[in-house]
Design a protein around this ligand. Structure first.
Ligand code: ADP
Ligand code: MG
Length: 240
């Protein structure tokens, strides 16, 4: 579904992604772990072209999206991103946040978009919040709304960049549960996380990023129980 070939990213002189090659298959749930500054966010942002790769190619459903002809907005509709700090529109209600992209980008009519949104809000127990503004919500609620907003676009892929790392501990599980529930759908997921137990539970592949490289890659079993490199062994030790 997504093919990454010789992906490099520089910020000025700084070589942040170093020749990454990787394939993501439909319904994969890829967890990306690794120390801070290793390039995890930059990698995710390159996938949906929030950052422009310096060199290399990314293919999405066989179309190269790293050429200039690509309609980036179309790509982002199919490959949505959920951010650490939610990025909800503060001046819009929960419902307005959710229906904005479906009505504006996908041209779904407002009535239908509201119906869809309410179904999702009910499913995740947030119906009561539909007319509130983001500032009236807890962090966990905001992030669940941000995820619902993403799902409302019916994307093929959702990219999560540390979706729980800005949350108070008691709110982490409610957000992880929402992400976990998506494993029953056909959505492909790539998530950067420091929640290693969660990664182990829901990922089918885990990538350990270090210094801009995919240093190790494999099943959760391999990465967490049989790490090969000293770098990964140390990283895991620090988490225990
Ligand atoms: P991670 O998400 O693993 O913590 P990032 O992808 O955010 O790592 O950052 C990787 C490296 O790239 C870091 O050294 C960071 O300082 C640098 N970096 C990230 N974004 C920018 C930017 N917009 N301009 C310059 N340097 C950046
Ligand atoms: Mg990051």
């Amino acid at each position: 579904m997504i093919k990454i070939k010789n992906l490099n990213k520089y910020f000025n002189e700084r070589h942040v992604l170093r020749n990454i090659n990787y394939n993501i298959i439909k319904k994969d749930r890829i967890a990306i772990i690794g120390p801070s500054g290793s390039g995890k966010s930059t990698f995710l942002r390159c996938l949906n072209l929030l950052e422009k790769p310096t060199s290399g190619q990314i293919y999405f459903n066989d179309a190269e999206i790293t050429n200039n002809k690509t309609d980036i907005k179309k790509v982002r509709q199919k490959m949505n991103m959920v951010f650490q700090y939610f990025n909800l529109f503060e001046n819009k209600t929960v419902l307005e946040n959710i229906i904005l992209a479906p009505t504006k980008l996908k041209k779904i009519n407002v009535k239908k978009a509201i119906e869809n949104a309410v179904v999702l809000l009910k499913r995740f127990n947030l119906e009561k919040q539909k007319d509130l503004y983001p500032k009236q919500l807890s962090g966990g609620q905001k992030q669940r709304i941000a995820i619902i907003r993403s799902i409302a676009m019916n994307p093929e892929v959702i990219l999560f960049d540390e979706p729980t790392s800005s949350l108070d501990p008691e709110m982490i599980d409610e957000v992880l549960n929402v992400i976990y529930s998506l494993t029953r759908s056909k959505i492909t997921m790539v998530f950067v996380t420091h929640e290693l137990n969660f990664a182990r539970k829901i990922a089918n592949r885990v990538v350990f990023m270090c210094n801009g490289k995919f240093l190790e890659e494999g099943t959760p079993e391999k990465i967490f129980n049989n790490p090969e490199t000293e770098r990964l062994k140390n990283f895991l030790k620090n988490f225990k």
